[in-house]
Design a protein around this ligand. Structure first.
Ligand SMILES: [Zn+2]
Ligand SMILES: [Zn+2]
Length: 348
């Protein structure tokens, strides 16, 4: 089959690789119809995360049809249209049962093979899915597959951010970073009854889209962010902030805009050694900070329902639908943050 494989930093290949086959009786093989290109695919691509082996098939977001079914699979059959979260999960361990599916004791990340262990990704014609019954979710009838794909990662991540930040009825929320996750976090916050959402970014075109998602845009470079937020909160600061960038400066921006007792939900992927908040600041301002990898499988039923309700708006995030053969070039444009490259999906 054709696949996009990792070779070395900033070097991918579109090449022929062996078709995947059933390994465990709980596996299925899925023929991929849509595969996402995600901001977190750029971490290994650009070398910010190391250890991925040459030859690993990239990608962790996909929708497709089941073509082969292991003998122990109960809930799915050949022909079913399914969407996967970006990690597999067993459905039976402590973390699966408590909803933290991304930390399943037997879970694996799609598109990551290291020291000979791991799972190939989905930027390919076919992908093997372990623990299919617990991992996969059926795509609702009539839903655009590229929109359904978002439930497996970024739409669920956005909702998780709102949960980590404790967003509730009447809150004023700051969303730091208006990439696809930040934009969806605006929707997730409004779904939870937020009174207002201030969207922070420095790119005007992103802020314009944030406005269509229901936020008040605030430009990091040209607006006095503190004044904007204080103006909406009788001078106090925001109740909650969702940080969707993953840098110390984004953490600082979120913290600076919160009231006493404010809460940060961090879903940006961080790799720095220290939190950009001091214990003293947390104590003096009664701040809360929570972050981590989204347990996407836990959120997917709700995310698919939201995707169906807001399908047209959410579909607007998808800027490029390209053949898989154009995937290597798509990484280059996406990594360079070329204007208009928002969410990219590849069609094998
Ligand atoms: Zn992703
Ligand atoms: Zn588990």
């Amino acid at each position: 089959m054709k696949a996009i494989t990792f070779q070395e930093i900033e070097f991918l290949e579109y090449e022929d690789v062996p078709d995947p086959h059933l390994v465990e009786p709980t596996d299925v093989i899925v023929r991929v119809t849509v595969a996402g290109l995600c901001g977190s695919d750029l971490h290994p691509y650009l070398g910010n995360e190391r250890g991925i082996e040459a030859g690993t098939v990239m990608g962790h977001e996909f929708v497709g049809s089941i073509v082969e079914v292991g003998s122990a699979v109960r809930d799915f059959a050949a022909g079913d249209r399914v969407v996967a979260p970006f990690t597999t999960n067993c459905g039976a361990c402590f973390y699966c049962l408590s909803g933290l599916t991304a930390r399943c004791e037997r879970g694996q990340l799609f598109g990551w093979i290291e020291n000979g262990r791991g799972l190939h990704g989905a930027q390919a014609e076919f992908v093997r899915v372990p623990f299919a019954d617990a991992t996969l979710v059926r795509v609702p009838e009539g839903l655009d597959e590229a929109v359904a794909l978002l439930a497996g990662d970024i739409l669920s991540t956005a909702t998780y951010g709102a949960d980590l930040a404790g967003v509730g009825e009447g809150d004023v929320v700051v969303v730091v970073g208006c990439g696809p996750v930040g934009l969806l976090a605006i929707r997730a916050s409004l779904e939870r009854g937020a009174k207002a959402v201030v969207a922070v970014d420095r790119i005007a075109s992103r802020l314009a889209v944030a406005e269509t998602f229901g936020a008040a845009p605030a430009n990091f470079d040209t607006d006095e962010l503190v004044d904007v937020v204080r103006g909406l909160t009788e001078g106090r600061g925001a109740d909650a902030a969702i940080e969707a960038v993953g840098t110390p400066s984004a953490t600082r921006t979120a913290a600076n805009l919160l009231r006493f007792g404010g809460r940060i939900g961090a879903v940006g992927v961080h790799s720095e050694a220290h939190l950009a908040l001091s214990p003293g600041e947390i104590y003096d301002r009664n701040l809360s900070y929570a972050g981590g990898r989204c347990p996407a499988r836990h959120y997917m039923p709700a995310s698919l329902a939201l995707a169906a309700r807001d399908e047209k708006l959410i579909a607007g995030l998808i800027s490029h639908r390209l053949p898989l053969a154009d995937g290597v070039d798509a990484y280059v444009s996406f990594a360079a943050r070329e204007a208009g490259w928002n969410k990219v999906v590849l069609l094998p």
